[in-house]
Design a protein around this ligand. Sequence first.
Ligand code: MRU
Length: 475
Amino acid sequence: MARPHGIFTRFPILPNLLGHPDAFNDKEQFVIVADTITLGFTVSIPATGQVISWDRGVPPANALKAPGLSGESAIHVRALRSLQVGRPRSHNQLTAKLCFGNSRPVRFSATSTQKEPPDQMIKTIEWTDEGISMLDQRLLPTEEKYLMLRSYEEVAEAIKKMVVRGAPAIGVSAAMGLALGARQSVGASVADLEDDFDYMCKVMSETRPTAVNLFWAIERMRARLRREKSLTKDPLEIKERLVEEALSIFREDIEANRALGRFGAELLSDGDTVLTHCNAGALATAGDYGTALGVVRGAIDAGKHIAVIADETRPFLQGLRLTAWELAKDNIPVTVITDNMAGHVMKSGKINAVVVGADRVAANGDAANKIGTYMVAVLADKHDIPFYVAAPISTLDLSLKSGNEIPIEERNAREVTHIKEHQLAPDGVGVQNPAFDVTPNELITAIITDKGVARAPYVESLRALVEGNAMGTNG
Ligand code: MRU
């Protein structure tokens, strides 16, 4: 059964849709219900004031042949022979092909103007009455399985084992895990709850060291507890406020990535091909847009045609398994390459921009991201291709002067020597498995955040964004 894509209404004018500028005016409404498109829309015909609508389902060929139509628009409307609707290329974009009497099919695409983030196509993490539901990313793309995590320990383990991964998703998961743990705390007083909570924070903070979003989320939950503690002596009340805080972190992540996507969209041109490394998409965040892929989705939603080349991203294969999976699901053109093909592909002129995510950005703009990102940045520099880092403000760590201070996680050698159960390397050879590298700021064309686009010198522009000063933004 297809997962719902969400409901979108109020698409803007489709100019010259019927070869007549006024034929469909500004009242088109589309309702996208599932993978297999069912469609409904309402069209008002200005010449007659008539409103024609379908609730759902591809309309019958003569559906627009409403009685009483007259005038120029009506002639064109009546000539509609068939309407085929494709899957949306992204959450709020619809493409369709209209056929008229004797004419060739006319293609159009429409973009939703709705501001609210839609019901997510990909639900990375979800707070439910039963516990925290998490898509097990280790099994993708062959299996789409959701785990139900019922304790903070299970959430911590899920982060460690990469059931959930990607800096913002790790932060959101930790916040939800702490809220769940607090709710389950049996302490009778606020002091007991705080004791338990401190311990849970410690466990959570030992899961993965590089993504600063983890520590950011933990600190935010702690701050909420402190605030509530000064307002009430009732632990139950505080537990509910902590759940609210975790849900706000979840929602804000989706909103931040939407904002980041809009800023980033301006940096891409219609027809561009973007190279990305690892997975910085819906799967790496609370869901919906993602960061680097949020920029791609933002550009597509602004009406641009964008294709993606995804590095496979050894050893955990986030590009091959996850980026390719979520883009294909969204009907965004994606081509996978192995990591060692990036230079060749850039040299052949096929890449217009590189967009990657980040796990931690230091005050000087040095950015830690998935191992191999640095190599891609050097190649982009060599080929004069803009290299963008897309990350929400929660990924900035201005307490660190430079990337040299960012802790780099070293993961199990088995991720390198094996693919699943299959051994590739000889027994006993030395292995290194740093999970991240740091791209120096001079290789970064711009850092796209939810508050605007920062450019060098980053010490000033990033600080300005964090302090809410517009000097670092695009405009
Ligand atoms: O080891 P992972 O899969 O957690 O690494 C993820 C990345 O490196 C992402 O690019 C980064 O977290 C940004 S996610 C929006």
